[in-house]
Design a protein. Sequence first.
Lengths: 297, 280
Amino acid sequence: MVPHIANPPTDVCGTIATFEQTWRVINRAKWARTAIIGGVFLLAVAGSMWLSEVSISQFIEGLPGFVAYIQGTLPIIRVDHIGPDIAEWYWGIGRWLSLLLDTLLMAFMGTLLGASGALTLCFPAARNLTTHDWTPAVCRRLLELFRTVPELVFALIFVYAFGLGPLPGVLAIAVHSMGALGKLFSEVTENITAGPGEGVRAAGGNWMHLVRYAVIPQVLPDFASYTLLRFEINVRASSVVGFVGAGGIGQELYSVIRQFIYVDISALVLLLIITVALIDITCEHLRRRLLGEQAFT
Amino acid sequence: MTTDLARISDAEIAIWRDAVPRAFGRPLGARLGIVTGWSAFAGVIVFCLWYMDFTPQRLWQGIWKLGWLAQLMFPPWHGGWLREFSYAMLQTLAMAFLGTLLASLAAVPLGFLGAQNVVPQWLFHFGLRRIFDCIRGVDALLWALMFVNVVGLGPFAGVMAIMVSDTGTLAKLFAEAIENVDRRPLDGVRASGANRLQVMRFGILPQVLPVLLSHILYFFESNTRSATILGVVGAGGIGLQLADRIRVNNWDEVGFLLLMILLTVSLIDQLSKTIRRRFI
């Protein structure tokens, strides 16, 4: 039911007119803004396509080529012949497992060194633990530098400086992890309650006592959880730094892909995916236990 | 309140030891366990150091050489290649932008298909999620290496690599976001006679769009970082220049390129922070 107004007062009409006027103006402005943003967006798309040498025809041609490539890497596995087929697919399993162990150890050592470095730098980088401004600023810039340069670039430079092998890979992962973990650690440290720290100060503790007895007990579960998360990331990273000569399964994968040994590619990639998934599940479980304990005590 | 310690007899101590054993220190088994655990940890570390050839001599030589390299990098100088370097940097940004865009376009329908509340078929949903996991499990650099084999050297391989690896991750995140929507707007849309497509458009999409946009923005940010290194395996952009300069020992140019990367990455971070604050 539409209410009928017999004699609308003139000012109501005026109000409606102004309302419609305003609505139209706002609507037009909104359209203009959408058009401008859309235009800029389309321009950006066109520019990027030109810069990255992508054309639609090339794109359409590239996709089937890639599907064929993936199909080429898949092994022949017959149902009545499954055991020997898999054995042939994984012909190098012994060597691959030892390379995989190299990669895991690289990730482990890199995470450990990176976490130790982050632990030393995160307390000076936290703004609530110092009285002067420049220490946090300097530490923060340093951590930022470490995490902005990708670990592959560090690996390239370190391979040049330290020679081939897992050592430069470990150092590259450690430096990058130090930057990433240091930031997270210092953020955790900045969120602690001030009470225990004041207690230690009042009892005459110096800065080291403060960190040891007031800060570390509060932050340790979070630090451990972040370190485990970083380990998961570093398992992937350590397989990649092998591409530039830092050893492990990455180096093997690189040479296999470069030499077009198709079936080995899928075998190695599958091995890597399974390992990464297993590590992820284990770390997830450990992290839940860590943070659960903290919630219950 | 003071207690005369001399008055406590051995019998009393024994009673308390039985009642609260943990107050008298950890039992022998637990102490042994802790010692064993830490020794095993230390053993693994020592084994790693030996296995990876962490000799002090090698470390010292490497650090010395690193210091020498740092000296060579100063002052950073573009060596007359400023135009090429700027072009490569722009190319890197373009790769990240286009890769993220294509990945998001592909991930939206895949995300809807992978969400349990859109496709209630358990097996389909489970299988699709495992496929996403497999795509996600392979690093972008590995995809780039394979695409270089398929489409040849150049930035196109990088775009494809970013697109494929991010499609897996974004589709998973989108599917999770879609599964977390509020049911009531969906019921409302359905009650007014909408079909399934309209439920998705008017019930789900308005709820998840901000989440999707913030994910996409975050991925663009992280892709500018990963696009800088895709060139190392031949997929164009600044990484190609960087790997080349390291190979031919032009360290002042390496320093310049590193500075360029740092500057651009922080610029993109700022930009995406601004966009996020305004739109989401």
